[in-house]
Design a protein around this ligand. Structure first.
Ligand SMILES: *Cc1c(COP(=O)(O)O)cnc(C)c1O
Length: 439
């Protein structure tokens, strides 16, 4: 992320307040920077581009399950990594073609597998039982789907347990270092000539780059052994997952896609020598820096000497930050009633959300200019997961999400990405239209 991105963001925050996208009626909204998203997509393509190597970048839909965002990414040449019927439906609604779609969930039902094979989307089987189901479906009729197996290289975890997919006991994929596992994998490929992909995702946030590269290296080495055993290039494509961590501490984008691709070129050179196609599945690193949650401060108070700003951004939009504050700290900007930077000496204060539980704080003991009622706060780097991981506590609605684009020197223009959930929507979802229960 560049200084220009921060300038675009500041302009968008002011304009969003001026246009009433956030105000009395809608006290919280999400904002996405189209220019920044385009720059990240361009950087990703550039990082992996290699003459003679077919590279497909898919976007992990769970990081922003918003159809207009998926369609924008499609325009920038990205496909979709989906992990549920809902995510697949969104990818299809965004016009992402089957050959640019990958299905990777640990709990695919028979119906999901059948649909995926009928559509021709790629499937990475998670475990032996799932592979048996695919065997049965293929026996009933052929499929164009590229098929692979997900392996867990068990290289270890990162700083956030819940995000570490490659620990010894992770629930994902075939645990490669378990006794007999590799022999089983080699047999599984030998028996199934249609298994042409190998998948690993050694993320996510908190996993250091060298460990990610070690996971890719383990998958690559295994592909080489599978192909040697088969006496032909059976595995044609390595799906290396996503998981590039994001810097939530400043406006700098580190690590970059370029740094990761360069590390892979050094550690796994054979991946880029033209014998394999590459699929990636980045989520957070494509979107996080380009999103902001903007919320009004409803009240400012103090308790036990501690100033507290009661805002409309809490656990309903910043769920992980509220429940796991040490793993998911966010930068918070203090903004004035116009959405511009709040002036004043920093004062240590809590930034609270609207939910009715005491821990609903997006920042604790943060030094910021003292916030007042009618001011605003901006939660930075919230473009990934925050708009798609809503928590329905207190029947708080999902906020609207707006995308902004900014021509140099011009005012930002906004397009709606997702409308705010209305009271009517909330009532319908809560069963209000159903017949009364018999007492
Ligand atoms: C979540 C996930 C991703 C994306 O992870 P990020 O950390 O957002 O890049 C990619 N692949 C799989 C299989 C995932 O579960």
């Amino acid at each position: 992320m560049t200084n220009e991105a921060a300038v675009r963001r500041d302009g968008a925050l002011r304009a969003a307040v001026a246009r009433g996208l956030v105000g009395e009626e809608q006290p919280v909204a999400g904002l996405l920077d189209i220019t920044g998203i385009r720059q990240s997509a361009t950087a990703l393509h550039a990082a992996f581009a290699t003459p003679g190597v077919a590279v497909l970048h898919t976007f992990a839909v769970k990081a922003a399950s918003l159809v207009p965002v998926l369609a924008l990414l499609r325009e920038y040449g990205l496909g979709a990594e989906v992990a549920s019927p809902g995510e697949l439906a969104m990818a299809r609604a965004a016009g992402i073609p089957p050959e640019h779609t990958v299905l990777d969930s640990p709990a695919k039902t028979l119906a999901e597998l059948r649909e995926a094979l009928a559509l021709g989307i790629a499937v990475n089987a998670d475990n032996p039982q799932e592979l048996d189901r695919i065997d049965a479906l293929l026996a009933a009729g052929p499929s164009r789907s590229p098929l692979g197996l997900r392996v867990n290289p068990q290289v270890g975890g990162g700083s956030i347990d819940a995000m570490s997919t490659a620990t010894a006991t992770s629930k994902f994929g075939v645990a490669l270092r378990d006794p007999g596992a590799e022999e089983w994998v080699l047999r599984a490929y030998a028996q199934r000539p249609w298994l042409t992909r190998l998948h690993t995702h050694t993320g996510s946030q908190g996993v250091p780059l060298p460990l990610m590269a070690e996971g890719v290296r383990a998958a690559y080495d295994l592909a080489e052994r599978i192909n040697a055993a088969a006496g032909r290039r059976q595995v044609t494509t390595l799906d290396i997952g996503g998981g590039l961590p994001v810097n939530f501490g400043s406006d700098d984008t580190t690590p970059t896609f370029g740094a990761y691709a360069d590390l892979l070129r050094a550690e796994v050179p054979g991946l880029f020598d033209g014998r394999y196609g590459i699929v990636t599945e980045f989520g957070r690193s494509l979107l996080a820096k380009h999103g902001t949650v903007l919320a009004r401060v409803e009240y400012a108070k103090s308790a036990g000497g501690l100033p507290i700003a009661v805002t409309h951004a809490g656990a309903q939009v910043a769920t992980r930050t509220v429940f796991a504050p040490d793993a998911w700290p966010l930068r918070v900007l203090a903004l004035d009633p116009d959405g511009g930077p709040k002036k004043g000496e920093p004062v240590v204060q809590d930034i609270a959300g609207p939910c009715c539980f005491a821990g609903d704080l997006v920042a604790r003991g943060r030094a910021l200019p003292r916030l007042d009622a009618g001011d605003h706060v901006a939660l930075l780097d919230t473009g990934a997961y925050y708009f798609s991981t809503h928590f329905a506590y207190n029947a708080l609605p999902r906020p609207a999400v707006w995308a902004y684009s900014t021509a140099p020197g011009a005012e930002p223009s906004f397009s709606l990405v997702r409308p705010a959930q209305s009271l009517t929507d909330l009532l319908t979802e809560s069963g209000a239209d159903l017949p009364a229960l018999q007492p």
